[in-house]
Design a protein around this ligand. Structure first.
Ligand SMILES: CC[C@@H](NC(=O)c1cc2[nH]nc(NC(=O)c3ccc(N4CCN(C)CC4)cc3)c2s1)c1ccccc1
Length: 270
């Protein structure tokens, strides 16, 4: 393990953005010139929201993952007041901003992102890890525009039962998560279906305009799904096979990667 890092090893290039906890900065490592994204989290914030266990899990999980569609966590260090995560820099930024700009993605682009997501999720599930928070805000784009899953703050080892209160949108959560039931890797299959819909339509399938949580939940529980007619039949087929109320009825990732809507645009991998 290389020596202990400190903030003095890096020089600030520019701020990149902020999330629920902390900010991210583009930094250059002084010796090597190596570019990283430094995520800075205040210890006081962490303690205030009792999120230290989630951060520990984020670090344990993400630092042991190595996949082209998963953002690398290279190392971490801390000082009196802050914790620093040294993350891979994703030069093309946030996928959700690109989706907002384009309103919706062409089918080939959506298929490529779903293929990359399914590949990353298959890798995670093989390690019995579920992400549990797959949504556009957590997806970044690498130098070649390839998708990178980031923010493993909600990831756990499967199977799991949730102990932390859900905050933020329910739009991407599987019924069993919303119902507080025990859950496992199929929750990521549900989110994959929600994202596939959102990439093609521009809004998530169960979004209610007044953001009434109860109404969103009712639509999720009933799988109250309308897919606009501009979406191709093959894409509709995949979405319907992922957005199933019962976890074990959702299409397995191996089958997603072989689905005609995926292989048509991404070639059949052996
Ligand atoms: C996903 C949220 C999460 N973010 C990370 O961990 C993040 C980790 C990480 N690595 N690289 C990033 N890249 C950027 O943030 C970025 C943003 C815009 C860019 N462009 C602007 C438009 N232009 C046309 C192209 C370049 C390029 C890179 C981010 S964000 C987070 C969580 C908690 C606290 C802070 C941040």
């Amino acid at each position: 393990m290389p020596r202990e890092w400190t903030l003095d090893d890096f020089e600030l290039a520019k701020p990149l953005g902020k999330g629920m906890f902390g900010q991210v900065y583009l930094m250059r490592e002084r010796q090597s010139g190596y570019i990283v994204a430094l995520k800075v989290i205040l210890k006081s914030e962490l303690l205030k929201y009792k999120m230290e266990h989630q951060l520990r899990r984020e670090i344990d999980i993400q630092s042991n993952l190595k996949h082209k569609n998963i953002l690398r966590l290279d190392t971490f260090f801390h000082d009196k007041t802050r914790i620093y995560l040294v993350l891979e820099y994703a030069p093309q930024g946030e996928l959700y901003k690109k989706l907002k700009q384009m309103n919706q993605f062409p089918e080939w682009q959506a298929s490529k992102y779903i293929y990359e997501l399914a590949s990353a999720l298959a890798y995670l599930h093989r390690k019995h890890i579920i992400h549990r928070d797959i949504k556009p805000e957590n997806l970044l784009l690498g130098i070649h525009g390839e998708l990178k899953i980031s923010d493993f703050g909600w990831s756990v080892h499967a199977p799991s039962s949730r102990r932390t209160t859900i905050c933020g949108t329910l739009d991407y959560l599987a019924p069993e998560m919303v119902e507080g039931k025990d859950h496992s890797s199929p929750v990521d299959l549900w989110s994959l279906g929600v994202l596939c819909y959102e990439f093609l339509v521009g809004t998530p399938p169960f979004e209610v305009l007044d953001e009434d949580v109860q109404k969103t939940y009712d639509k999720i529980a009933k799988v109250d799904l309308f897919i606009p007619k501009h979406v191709s039949e093959e894409a509709k087929d995949l979405i319907r096979k992922l957005l199933r109320y019962l976890p074990d009825q959702r299409l397995a990732l191996e089958r997603v990667l072989l689905h005609p809507w995926i292989t048509r645009y991404n070639g059949r991998t052996t």
